[in-house]
Design a protein around this ligand. Structure first.
Ligand code: SF4
Length: 452
C-alpha cells in the first residue's frame, strides 16, 4: 500500500490546496495516514507570506532528516509558496529533499512522484503561474461537513508588503459552471457548508457567463442540500453595493465578512498600496452594518510597517476601538524580498514591533471578549462540525457569524444544525446548550435572537 502524510502551513488557500493534493494522490492509489512514521511519502505545503511561517516550515522540514535517513526509498516533498519562490535552490539547501513543486503544479504530483521513484532523480517543478488554472481531474473527497472551494487563483493587487502575487501569480477565475459542479459533488458527499476562496473574491469574474462574485453567490445559494455559504478574503476597496445586498438577501450566505484593514493610518495605508483610506473603510463597515445589523466583521492588522510612527500606530488602536471587530489576525511586519516594501528601510525596531503587537492584541482580545459576552442569553444556529477537542462528550461547530460554539452533544450528530442558547463565553468561544434543531428553509435568513 502506498501511504502519504501531509503537513500544511499558512492560510485557508493552502489548506484547500492540501485537500486537493490529497484528492489527486488518492485518485492515484495513495492512502492518507496521520503519522509520518507510517508513510512512504511526506509532503510539506508551505507558506512564505510572513517570515515566521517560513521559519516554522523549515524547522519542521529539518526534523524530517532522520525519517528520510531510516529508509532511502521514502520520499520528501516540499510544495506551495516557498518552492514557487526558491525553486531548485531548495534541493541544494536540503539535500534530503526529493521533490519541490510550485503553487499551480500539484495536479501533476502522481506522475512526478512516479518519476522520482523510478529514476531516483531530484526534481524542482515551479512553472505555470501565468494565467492557467490548475488542471485538477480528481473528484473531491471532503473530510467533514464543511469544505473550501477555490473560485479563483492569484492576485493582481500588489499590496507593497505582500509576496502573494509573485508566488501565486496573476488573478484568474474558475468558471461558474465548474465551481457549481464541484460544490454539487461536495454536497453529494455530505458537505453542508462551503467557503468560497480567493485572495480577493470580490474581483471574481467568469468570462464565459459574465458572472461577478455576487452573481456567483446567488447561483450557489440555490444549490439543493447546501445550508451555508462563507467566503474569504474580501479586499475592502472592492466590496460592491451589489455584494452587500447579496449578503443581506441570500438565505444561505452567512452574516460574516473578513475585511482586512491592515492599518489605521492613511499614511501607512498609502505606503502599503491598499487602495483605500481609513474613512473609506469606516464607511464600508457602516454600510454593512446598516444592511446586515448582526454581521460579524473580522480583520487582519499589521504593526511595524516601514516608517510606522507611534502616531500611526495609535491610529490603528483608534480604528480598533471604533470598528470593534469581532476578531482579528494580528502580525508584525517582516520583509519579503521581491516586494515593493522590501525597498523601504525596515526601520521599526523589533522591540517596538513586539510592544505594539502586544498592545494591539490586548485591546482586540478585550473587544472580542466583550462582544462574545454580549451574546450570552441569545440563541444561535450552529452547524455541528466535530467533537470538542477539550471534552469528547461535547460537540463543536460555528454560528453563522463564524464563532466557535461548544455544547453537550446529547442526541445531536455531526452535520446536524441546532439552536444553541449561549450560557458562557470567552474571547474566542461561546459555550451553551441545545434548545432545538434548525429547520432550513431557502429564502429565510437565520440569525441570532436575544431571548427575554
Ligand atoms: S490583496 Fe494584497 S495582501 Fe491580499 S493577497 Fe493580494 S497583494 Fe496580498
Amino acid at each position: 500500500m502506498k501511504r502519504f502524510a501531509i503537513h500544511t502551513f499558512g492560510c485557508q488557500m493552502n489548506v484547500c490546496d492540501s485537500e486537493r493534493m490529497g484528492d489527486v494522490l488518492r485518485e492515484a492509489g495513495w492512502v492518507e495516514v496521520a503519522n509520518d512514521s507510517d508513510a512512504e511519502l511526506v509532503l510539506f505545503n508551505t507558506c512564505c507570506v510572513r517570515g515566521s511561517a517560513e521559519e516554522r516550515a523549515f524547522g519542521r522540514l529539518t526534523l524530517m532528516k532522520p525519517w528520510k535517513a531510516q529508509r532511502r526509498e521514502r520520499l520528501l516533498v516540499l510544495c506551495g509558496c516557498i518552492p514557487q519562490r526558491d525553486g531548485s535552490a531548495l534541493l541544494e539547501r536540503f539535500p534530503f529533499l526529493d521533490l519541490v513543486i510550485g503553487t499551480r503544479d500539484y495536479f501533476r504530483l502522481p506522475s512526478l512522484i512516479e518519476r522520482v521513484m523510478e529514476t531516483g532523480e531530484r526534481l524542482a517543478v515551479t512553472c505555470n503561474i501565468g494565467i492557467e488554472l490548475p488542471k485538477i481531474q480528481a473528484p473531491r473527497h471532503p473530510h467533514g461537513v464543511t469544505a473550501f472551494v477555490n473560485i479563483m487563483y492569484g492576485c493582481d493587487n500588489f499590496c507593497s508588503y505582500c509576496i502573494v502575487p509573485f508566488v501565486r501569480g496573476r488573478e484568474v477565475s474558475r468558471s461558474k459552471e465548474d465551481i457549481l459542479k464541484e460544490i454539487s459533488q461536495l454536497v453529494a458527499e455530505g458537505v453542508k457548508e462551503v467557503t468560497l476562496l480567493g485572495q480577493n473574491v470580490n474581483s471574481y469574474h467568469d468570462a464565459a457567463s459574465g458572472a461577478d462574485f455576487a452573481d456567483l453567490l446567488a447561483a450557489v445559494n440555490v444549490m439543493p442540500g447546501l445550508e451555508r455559504i462563507r467566503f474569504t478574503t474580501s479586499h475592502p476597496r472592492d466590496v460592491s453595493e451589489k455584494l452587500i445586498l447579496a449578503m443581506a438577501q441570500l438565505s444561505q450566505v452567512c452574516e460574516h465578512i473578513h475585511l482586512p484593514a491592515q492599518a489605521g493610518s492613511d499614511t501607512v495605508l498609502a505606503r502599503m498600496n491598499r487602495g483605500y483610506m481609513r474613512g473609506d473603510y469606516l464607511a464600508l463597515v457602516g454600510r454593512l452594518r446598516e444592511e446586515i445589523p448582526d454581521v460579524a466583521i473580522t480583520t487582519d492588522l499589521m504593526v511595524g510597517f516601514p516608517g510606522e510612527t507611534d502616531d500611526d500606530f495609535q491610529e490603528t488602536l483608534a480604528l480598533c476601538r471604533e470598528v470593534r471587530w469581532d476578531a482579528a489576525f494580528m502580525f508584525m511586519y517582516s520583509v519579503r524580498e521581491g516586494t515593493a516594501a522590501a525597498q523601504l528601510p525596515d526601520d521599526v525596531p523589533h522591540e517596538v514591533k513586539k510592544a505594539r503587537i502586544a498592545e494591539l492584541i490586548n485591546l482586540q482580545e478585550e473587544i472580542s471578549a466583550e462582544k462574545n459576552a454580549s451574546l450570552v442569553g441569545s440563541v444561535c444556529e450552529v452547524l455541528i462540525e466535530r467533537p470538542s477537542s477539550r471534552n469528547p462528550h461535547d460537540l463543536a461547530g460555528k454560528n453563522r457569524g463564524g464563532r466557535t460554539v461548544i455544547f453537550p452533544g446529547g442526541n445531536a450528530r455531526i452535520g446536524d444544525s441546532v439552536h444553541v442558547r449561549v450560557q458562557h463565553s470567552t474571547a474566542h468561544t461561546l459555550m451553551g446548550e441545545i434548545v432545538g434543531v434548525e429547520d432550513f428553509k431557502a429564502g429565510e435568513k437565520s440569525a441570532a435572537s436575544k431571548e427575554p
